[in-house]
Write a protein that binds this ligand. Structure first.
Ligand SMILES: [Zn+2]
Length: 260
């Protein structure tokens, strides 16, 4: 991965787990899959296994509480993780739990401060199923396409070029609200992945927006710090009044409202 140069030694990605990928799934994992998805943890064998690593084939995930704006952790700077920490059980478990939490919300990104932890770690995934109900013109305008699940740790972001784009965005830590936010259209991000390996990505459009939003969380910044404040709306009213309208149309309406 060229162009980063942020991280020194490289992590040997060989897994320490002797059973990794070699054996069938443990029954606990199979029995947990459905109940977890339906929020029925109490009726599931999981309650005996949460927090325990019985052997390498048992993977149990928990949904975490997403903190809301006003919690100090959302305004504190998050600390970097070492490669050793990234490879350790605690962070690996956190990644699994954050993935489950993001899917359940649902959301396209979740940063560790949003689950109360001041760590420079975020998970991102924009699933194909989320895009199915969005009109093709809107997807094209926002340059939004599926992004596979990945983990971004200790990121450094650089805006490429001067082009900016303005769209409504929301945040799981400001549940129920949305506002227009201007973002760089294209970014380069250098980061460590879930194995502590150095990665670099050049992203455009909606993916670039997600990256900027999540990395802002790691610096104690929330989208309301950057929003066009007069566009701030409940999601219900955003759908009621702005759905299907372009940013240009919305800005014209906001302007005429403020002049009237
Ligand atoms: Zn957010």
């Amino acid at each position: 991965m060229a162009g980063c140069g942020l991280y020194g030694d490289r992590y040997d990605s060989e897994r320490s787990c002797a059973n990794d990928g070699a054996t069938a799934r443990h029954p606990v994992q199979q029995r947990c899959a459905v109940p977890l998805a339906k929020q029925e943890i109490a009726g599931c064998l999981c309650r005996f296994a949460v927090g325990l690593r019985v052997n390498c084939d048992i993977v149990v995930t928990m949904r975490l509480k997403i903190v809301q704006v006003g919690e100090a952790v959302l305004r504190a700077g998050a600390r970097e993780l070492t490669r050793e920490e990234i490879r350790g059980d605690e962070i690996q478990r956190l990644i699994r739990d954050m993935r489950e939490t993001m899917h359940d919300a649902p959301g396209v990104g979740l940063a560790a401060p949003q689950v109360g932890l001041p760590l420079q770690l975020a998970v991102i995934e924009d699933r194909e199923e989320y895009l199915k109900t969005i009109p093709a013109e809107e997807l094209a305008e926002k340059e939004r396409m599926p992004v596979p699940f990945h983990v971004v740790i200790n990121p450094r972001v650089e805006i490429i070029g001067n082009e900016t784009v303005e769209f409504f965005e929301g945040c799981l830590s400001l549940a129920g609200f949305s506002a227009l936010v201007t973002r760089g259209r294209q970014v380069r991000v250098c980061y460590l992945d879930e194995l502590g390996e150095e990665k670099s990505v050049v992203a455009s459009g909606w993916y670039a927006r997600i990256l900027q939003h999540e990395i802002d969380h790691l610096r104690g910044t929330i989208y309301i710090d950057k929003m066009r404040s007069r566009s701030f709306t409940s999601i219900e009213n955003g759908t009621r009044f702005w759905k299907g309208k372009s940013t240009t149309e919305i800005l014209k309406e906001l302007e005429s409202a403020s002049n009237g």
